[in-house]
Each structure stands twice: as structure tokens, then as C-alpha cells.
Design a protein around this ligand. Structure first.
Ligand code: EPU
Length: 295
């Protein structure tokens, strides 16, 4: 029997029994028994403090664009529901972590600010993008990030500038129990027409090389240093490998797609098969970029 949650935790806005298929872009997964959706930093802090005090494990969910959940989850899940306010001070743009990542890149472009064009095709939330130092086309968040606010695993509020060692390729220290609250990007003034053209070019490139019309979770594996996971999977002959409705995309081998009725288990099994085959054929162990959660 799971133990009852403390009263102060239950004061934080929450919903019960939300299917992860509605919370993730792959559209699969079990049921989220407790989904906490704080509307303010204070509510988020109350959540983390209560969990830390009780020694309760918990998880943080962003836009669900990089996630597969196996089975139901009883542990409290935190998903920020802050108002989507963007603050512009000169060339610095600050947004709450729950802001949509693509919408943020579009807002920067509309304001004539350059620097976030790379982000214009990366789905998910700003918080998730900061936490994994998301990037594309040779640019990543750490190139523009000047300040960020987060909660420590104990619930302390910290605001700081990034320091060496805190962010690297598709990684940040924020992975272990921290909650990103907001981030500030330092951008440059640019010609709005050129920024729009760059965004359109990136979109076009992604649209032709990635299976964006199907449910997907972006790239499944990180690129090993100096190599391309997509090319390794492709040349191992795995495009089109399918388990039920889960398939290694014939368009881009580092994407798995859901043809409609795939299950989380099928995606996890397909990832295992791809990893072992690439190890056999190329001697390279792929590291997942997508997270797999299980209770
Ligand atoms: N390739 C193949 N077969 C494939 C896919 C790719 O041979 O099925 C080859 C391509 O021809 C190219 C090379 O692999 O020579 C690299 O492919 P691509 O340009 O598509 O870039 P990528 O390294 O696969 C990375 C990011 C993407 C990002 C693109 C564009 C990672 C893991 N992936 O992909 O990010 O959109 O560059 O900048 O870093 C993500 O992180 O979720 C993601 C999709």
C-alpha cells in the first residue's frame, strides 16, 4: 500500500490518474497517479520541500518530448504550469521553464532577436531544453544562456549564471532532482527577415530529414563523440525494424515513430534491439537521449 501524501503536498494543485499517453509526444505509457501542476514558484518549492522532508521519491516532467514511461507511476510527478510570460530587457529574454520551447524561439524571432533560431524546431518545454542542453545545427542552449533559476533537490531557490562543467552535449547537472524554474537568453539584435529565413531553412531541413508527421520523441540516442547515431543505426540495416506499431523510422534511423497503437514496452524493447545490434555491428554502445521511467 503506498503511504498517504502529506497535507502540505496535497495543497499544491494536482490531478489524479492522467495517462502518460496524453503527457508525452510518443503517446504511450501507463497512468500518472499523481500529477502536481504548480502555478507559481512558491507552489513548486512547497512540492519539492514536502517531498524532500518526507523522503518521497518524485519526478519532474517537461513537455514529455523525450520520455517513455513503462507502466503506471505512483510517485508524485511535477509538471510546472506557470503563466506563459516572456520578459524582454534589452537583448535579454527571460521565460518560465514551462514555456513551450518552439513558441519561445518564435517569440524571439518576432522581437527581432537572433540566437534562438536553432531552437525553432525542438519540441518540449524550455525547462526540459535547459536541463538537457538541447541543441540543433551546431548550436545549443549553453551558447545563449546567461542566467537560470532552479530549485535544488532540497527545495532551495537558486539563481545563477552558468559555470564551466555545468552543461555539456545533451547533458547538465540539473538532471539529478533539480527543477528549472526559468532561464534568460542573451540574444543579438538582427534583421527580422533574415531571422525568419533562418528559422524557415532549419524547419525545411528538419522536415525533409526527420519524420515529423508521425508521433516521435526526437532523437533516441545521443551522438557518440565524432559519430552519428543515425548513420550507425542506418548502416546496421535497422531502418524499418518494427515491433507492433513502434518502428525505427525509415526517414531518420535515430527516430522511433508510433504508427498509432504502439506501447511503451515496444519502444523500450525496440531501443534495446537497436542498441545491441549497433554494438554487434559497429562495436559502439549508444547512450539513450530519451529517458525511460518505471516505478
Ligand atoms: N544519417 C544517415 N542515416 C540516417 C540519419 C542520418 O546516414 O538515417 C547521416 C546523415 O546523412 C548525416 C549524419 O548522419 O550525414 C547526421 O545526421 P543529421 O544531420 O540528421 O543530424 P543528427 O546528428 O542525426 C543532430 C541532432 C538532432 C538535430 C540535428 C540537426 C543529436 C542526437 N541529434 O541529429 O537533434 O535536430 O542534429 O541539427 O544530437 C534531438 O536531439 O532530439 C535531435 C533530433
Amino acid at each position: 500500500m503506498p503511504r498517504p501524501l502529506p497535507d502540505d503536498l496535497l495543497q499544491v494543485p494536482h490531478r489524479r490518474d492522467v495517462p502518460f499517453s496524453r503527457l508525452t509526444t510518443l503517446g504511450v505509457g501507463g497512468v500518472c497517479r499523481w500529477l502536481f501542476e504548480p502555478r507559481t514558484e512558491l507552489e513548486a518549492q512547497a512540492f519539492v520541500r514536502a517531498c524532500a522532508r518526507e523522503g518521497l521519491p518524485w519526478r519532474v516532467l517537461g513537455g514529455g518530448s523525450n520520455l517513455v514511461v513503462l507502466g503506471d507511476l505512483q510517485v508524485p510527478v511535477l509538471r510546472l504550469a506557470f503563466p506563459k510570460e516572456i520578459r524582454l530587457e534589452g537583448r535579454q529574454l527571460t521565460a518560465p521553464a514551462s514555456h513551450g520551447h518552439i513558441a519561445l524561439a518564435e517569440a524571439a524571432a518576432a522581437a527581432g532577436l537572433s540566437g534562438l533560431e536553432f531552437a525553432s524546431g525542438i519540441p518540449g518545454s524550455l525547462g526540459g531544453a535547459i536541463r538537457m542542453n538541447a541543441g540543433a545545427y551546431g548550436r545549443e542552449w549553453i551558447d545563449v544562456l546567461v542566467r537560470y533559476r532552479f530549485l535544488s533537490p532540497e527545495g532551495d531557490l537558486v539563481e545563477k549564471a552558468p559555470q564551466p562543467g555545468e552543461f555539456s552535449y545533451r547533458w547538465s547537472f540539473l538532471s539529478g532532482g533539480h527543477v528549472v524554474l526559468s532561464a534568460t537568453a542573451d540574444l543579438v539584435e538582427g534583421d527580422p527577415a533574415r531571422i525568419r529565413a533562418q528559422v524557415a531553412e532549419y524547419r525545411e531541413k528538419r522536415g525533409t530529414s526527420q519524420p515529423l508527421s508521425k508521433r516521435n520523441a526526437g532523437c533516441i540516442f545521443k551522438n557518440p563523440p565524432g559519430q552519428s547515431a543515425g548513420r550507425l543505426i542506418d548502416s546496421a540495416g535497422l531502418k524499418g525494424l518494427r515491433l507492433g506499431d513502434a518502428e525505427v523510422s525509415p526517414e531518420h534511423a535515430n527516430f522511433l515513430v508510433n504508427h498509432g497503437r504502439a506501447t511503451a514496452q515496444e519502444f523500450a524493447d525496440l531501443m534495446d534491439q537497436v542498441r545491441s545490434r549497433v554494438l554487434e555491428v559497429h562495436g559502439v554502445t549508444l547512450e539513450p537521449e530519451v529517458e525511460i521511467w518505471r516505478e
